[in-house]
Design a protein around this ligand. Structure first.
Ligand code: ADP
Ligand code: MG
Length: 512
């Protein structure tokens, strides 16, 4: 549907055109007119379907630019999402000069206080920091007419429900409330009943996973075995562009560090990195300068890259919809993709849930042996050497080459070269990943037992899907890095191998 038909002002239509949006997405087409009419709305649509503009545009339409009070409040689960959302609203409201500010934890509060004094009409923020400002009286919410709970499923997962309640208590009861979410566990509907007035539900059906283009495998293994098995798979499959999904930020750090230590060209993204660093890593990945991206679900939201060849679910997602989001990163644009999901023995129930949703059986795979991994590595090494030979100005090295050939056996020289371009034997670079609390055991029923939001872990560090921001400030994050060995070293020949000598105990015999 055209934006023109939705009842938006010319300024906003111009901003939409500036942004390069040609047509409204289905969630935008359905919810914008409702919000303009003043209705409470619960909007569910897959990640990346433009939910931000779905509330940003009608909010911008409805706020009074000559009114200096905060008129719209958007609550976001993470710093990154809050920043992204502020940027999007700012961009769309530029022609009408809307003032949109963002507040989030882990950043200088004085600067935020200053920006709040600038009379924003729209404020975006994470729950903890919003409460902080409310308590300091640096954020006044008594003129708020519109409230958005964005990425509501993530906020519940992160245990923000109580904070959100506390914020809502500060808002006028006479207001419009919108809730947006990629998935809709029953708890969210309850939130809707509690804080909204006769909300209209809009559900955009998730695009079916184009499963015929994706080979979906699972590997049964214990948690502590996953890392070694995964790197063996990397060696055997030689994936081009890979995303590894993990359940926690700590794992993102540990796995990306461990992969680097073993010579893989990998990096991790999660909510604790600066926006700048995240963008940098994403660009490297997009341009193929990075082979493996390790990410949490939240960090991976909005990643739009077409050539991902492999998706590894290092941790099986708790929610089947998340699986579809994750695996949907591959098999795009008519290309073939592979997904690999690690399942610990007590997580088999989750696997069956996913299969029920996708209606496809995943095929079990056995972990490759060390020998198979080595054969895979050799194949890669041979290609690398061929490439090296092709791009080398051989004449320049001719005389040095001759003298080496006089001194050493040709076969030994090539073997040494192959050894050099081959990654370290994984057993020589031990990597230990800190165990995480396993998912609650689940039987066959979808929402039986464990539940989506487990109340008990709100203040604990252990179990949640992601840890909350505040819990992480204690500094334990870098305390327990699990890998030993070539810490952080990355070679400059494309990152294919680590530095280090004496790999596989290789020596070159001198010619007699
Ligand atoms: P969601 O919140 O549903 O995950 P976002 O609001 O973050 O999705 O939007 C995802 C991406 O799509 C963003 O880069 C956004 O700028 C872009 N986008 C939003 N609306 C449109 C549209 N109508 N046409 C094209 N791109 C759009
Ligand atoms: Mg969103």
């Amino acid at each position: 549907m055209k934006f023109k038909e939705l009842g938006l002002s010319d300024d906003l239509l111009a901003a939409v055109t500036d942004a390069g949006y040609e047509e409204a997405t289905p969630i935008q087409a359905e919810t914008i007119p409702m919000v303009l009419k003043g209705q409470d709305v619960i909007g569910q649509a897959q990640t990346g379907t433009g939910k931000t503009a779905a509330f940003a545009l009608p909010i911008l339409e409805k706020i009074d630019k000559s009114n200096p009070n905060v008129q719209a409040l958007v609550i976001s689960p993470t710093r990154e999402l809050a920043i992204q959302t502020q940027e999007e609203i700012y961009k769309l409201g530029r022609h009408e000069r809307a003032n949109v500010q963002v507040v989030y934890g882990g950043a200088d509060i004085r600067r935020q206080i200053k920006s709040l004094k600038n009379h924003p009409q729209v404020v975006v923020g994470t729950p903890g920091r919003l409460l902080d400002h409310i308590r300091r009286h640096t954020l006044k919410l008594d003129h708020v007419q519109m409230l958005v709970l964005d990425e509501a499923d993530e906020m519940l997962n992160m245990g923000f429900l109580d904070d959100i309640e506390d914020i809502i208590k500060q808002l006028p009861e006479e207001r419009q409330t919108m809730l947006f979410s990629a998935t809709m566990p029953p708890e969210i509907k309850r939130v809707g009943v509690q804080f909204m007035q006769d909300p209209k539900h809009v559900k955009i059906k998730a695009k079916e996973l184009t499963t015929d283009l994706i080979d979906q495998f699972y590997v049964r293994s214990r948690d502590f075995e996953k890392f070694d098995i995964m790197t063996r798979f990397f060696d055997v499959q030689d994936p081009d562009l890979t995303i590894v999904f993990t359940r926690t930020k700590r794992r993102v750090d540990e796995i990306s560090n461990g992969l680097q230590a073993r010579g893989y060209n990998a990096a991790g993204i999660h909510g604790d990195l600066t926006q700048k660093r995240r963008t940098q890593i994403m660009n490297e990945f997009r341009h193929g300068k990075l082979d493996i991206l390790v990410a949490t679900d939240v960090a991976a939201r909005g990643i739009d890259i077409n050539d991902v060849t492999h998706v590894y679910n290092y941790d099986i997602p708790q929610d089947p919809d998340s699986y579809v989001h994750r695996v949907g990163r591959t098999g795009r644009a008519g290309k073939h993709g592979v997904s690999m999901t690690f399942v610990t023995p007590n997580e088999m129930g989750y696997l069956r849930e996913i299969e029920k949703l996708t209606k496809v059986r995943m095929l079990p795979l056995k972990p490759p042996s060390a020998e198979e991994a080595f054969v895979g590595q050799l194949g890669v090494a041979k290609e690398a050497v061929t490439e090296l030979v092709n791009k080398t100005d051989t004449e320049k090295y001719a005389s040095a080459a001759k003298s080496l050939l006089e001194e050493y056996d040709a076969e030994d020289l090539v073997a040494a070269l192959l050894n050099d371009v081959t990654k370290d034997d994984s057993s020589q670079v031990p990597v230990k990943i800190t165990p995480e609390r396993p998912l609650p055991k689940r039987g066959g029923k979808r929402h039986g037992g464990g539940g989506y939001h487990r109340g008990g872990n709100r203040h604990g560090n252990g179990g949640g899907y992601h840890h909350r921001n505040n819990d992480r400030r204690g500094g334990s994050r870098n305390g327990g890095r699990g890998y030993e060995g070539n810490r952080g070293h990355r070679s400059n020949n494309g990152g294919r191998r680590s530095e280090g000598s004496g790999k596989r105990g290789f020596t070159i015999r001198k010619k007699d």
